[in-house]
Design a binder for this molecule. Sequence first.
Ligand code: MN
Length: 745
Amino acid sequence: MMRQYELVERVKAYNPAADEALLNRAYIYAMRAHGTQRRASGDPFFAHPLEVAAILTDLRLDDATIVAAVLHDTVEDTAATLDEINRLFTPEIGKLVDGLTKIKRLDLVSRQAAQGENFRKLLLAIAADVRVLLVKLADRLHNMRTLQHMPAEKRARIAQETLDIYAPLAGRMGMQELREELEELSFQILKPEAFATISKRLADLSAKSERLVESIEHDLTQKLAAAGIRATVTGRQKRAYSIWSKMERKSVAFEQLSDIFGFRVVVDSVDTCYRTLGVVHTTWPMVPGRYKDYISTPKQNDYRSIHTTVIGPKSQRVELQIRTAAMEDIAEYGIAAHALYKDGSPHLSTESGAYQWLRRTIELLAEGDSPEEFLEHTKLELFQDQVFCFTPKGRLIALPRGATPIDFAYAVHTGVGNTAVGAKINGHIAPLLTELQNGDEVEIARADGQTPPAAWESLVVTGKARAAIRRATRSAVRRQYAGLGRQILDRAFERAGKNFSDEKLRGALPRLARLSGEDVFAAVGRGEMFSGDVVKAVYPDYKDERRGAPPAQGGPRPHVNGAGRLSLDKDQTVRLTWPGKGGGAKGGGAKDPEDGGIPIRGLDRDLPVRFAPDGGAVPGDRIVGILTPGEGVTIYPIQSPALAAFDNEPDLWLDVRWDVDGGPHQRFPARLALQSINEPGSFAQIAQVIADHDGNIDNISMKRRTQDFTDVVIDLAVWDLKHLNAIVSELRAKQVVSRVDRVNG
Ligand code: MN
């Protein structure tokens, strides 16, 4: 803990005229007031106000500010009163402490509905004197530095508040060092993994490129010296948070960030700044669009500097800031830099741009009625890289620039994001991809059971939304596979003539080495597990007759239409009848076998009939029968290339036609060649289309898989050509499908 004399020495070091007695009085008063109070870390509480005061001595602030820092927690946390402080110190100090006490009573982020109002109160509290803000920022910095002792939940809230309010406020006041440290500490708490990853990569990089920074520093200094310019060149690595926010904002990978190193060139005069720029630009090619002259047009917070990026000595992009030492002071300390004792006046300069901004803001505040309106005018200007929007109930949602209603929905709640189907912005229906503007009131329309389209993932700007979409898409795909798997199993059990229920399946889970029925369905749907194995796991005695048979070559399955009998009809046609009923037919199922005939003219014998093995034929196709001695009649659609083999044997050709006038009552085999684009869930989507159209998938076989595409052959059972064509067109409409063609062997 800082000793009494140390505090005095620190202040005297930059302000020899400091009131020593006042500082000593404050030290003792605060020490007594806090007494035996302890911080969460176990340290004496009094160490905290002293550390806050120490931060402010680094900014070389006046005695009143330092004393206010030492006293800042006394009124709120101890028996001390404002009256007493006014009496023992000065009314000026009393006012500062009063402002700090008021801010302390604000709970900026936790009570979300009141954020706008709280921010207004915060600014009102600092309105009286900007030094209140400086003490508050130092207070927050010390709290952030020691935040690890707080409970996790409180930690996250404080870090979020720091990132949302205090860090931008420090930046707006021109205190970049302070802003960066606040951001870095918040980032570390809010996104520990991202922080660790980026920090590690930065460390690796700096280990590798230590020489690079040095050599660029050296080259720059040399080139400038040759032109007669004396300059101090320093290179530095950017902070993890600034790297991360750039990655977020621009959706780029770490590798794609070119400006991880920044170089600062400090020279003696404004004139030299421009000469330096001349040397730099004539030596190395500049990167277009990166040149900014904040010397001729300073930023609102008085920041002045020339920015440019060149392709530097090592063919590396080098970001440069060229400025004078005085500009450097303002760049680092901002409004606090004005606290220097100009004309012996111990007050902050009212000419400072940041100070004027603050005054303007506060004037607006006095005029504005609603907190929202106020925010629109001020906070918005303050946080230039963010947009602030409201829920219909007035809750404030802060988002990065470029955010959409989808980001908004996820920021409100993951559940809201996942079920979002539309948005109203300021009462008007707007696309979910509209870029939100400051002050927008956003209402999200929701539909239960909705899953976010995977494409959203690349359209949102917030990490929270992206992660949630990825998660939701994954589980939706899994659900689709599980649905498919359930269908497959239902049929497999039906075929086996066995009962199937979730309960029975549960009993077999250990044998299947799966944790839940859903796991089994998904595994079957994905093809990782065979339906027959599941049947066997549930009914260990069950013998699968198809076991050992050669795997289906994609030909029609027995339950669809394996073989029929031809019989002579009275009007010289041959009727084709199918064994059993309509197989897997859902819609037309049971039927009188007599209804399933295909009249074929010119035959007078009973013959077995089957469909051509590859692709089959469906009602609506023009068909021919080919007489195959010893086997019967094989039905081909007229477009089948296999028919070419029979060109020279006209005797074998039979004219046949469909007899399905009574509507569909059974399914017929058809084969599709499909090319899909490889992306998660593409198969589930394809299966879904087929299922939605009441098509049965009999077999899927993968023909070829490249990095981007997968060629598959799908054997379907459909009612007729119209049905098949409907499925084909719907598949063609899917983005994940690049080609679909009917195949006939
Ligand atoms: Mn404090």
